[in-house]
Design a protein around this ligand. Structure first.
Ligand SMILES: [Zn+2]
Length: 94
């Protein structure tokens, strides 16, 4: 059994299009996965870069305690946002 990425209808394994909505099943799911992986890597790199930037800013530019707290808060807040994006990208669809 395969699941249509468009309407989530179950389709036989040998079907190339969804019996309900006509959406191409094979191509779109493979392409979608590649796009999601690329997007996930990009988001991870951006988060890592921002995190490293924040840590460097604290270490090297001698900011005030308020600025330090703000930078730390932003870096810590980024983790759940990153997790949420990863979850949205790779969650199992019913
Ligand atoms: Zn469908």
């Amino acid at each position: 059994m395969k699941t249509c990425p468009n309407c989530r209808e179950n389709a036989p394994d040998n079907a190339s299009v969804c019996p309900r909505c006509g959406q191409s099943i094979q191509t779109r799911s493979v392409l979608g996965l590649v796009v999601r992986i690329i997007f996930a890597v990009l988001v991870s790199l951006i988060c890592l870069g921002l995190g490293a930037f924040g840590v460097c800013a604290i270490l090297f530019s001698n900011p005030s305690p308020v600025e330090q707290a703000t930078i730390l808060l932003l870096v810590v807040l980024m983790l759940p946002v990153w997790g949420l994006i990863m979850w949205a990208l790779f969650r199992k669809k019913k």
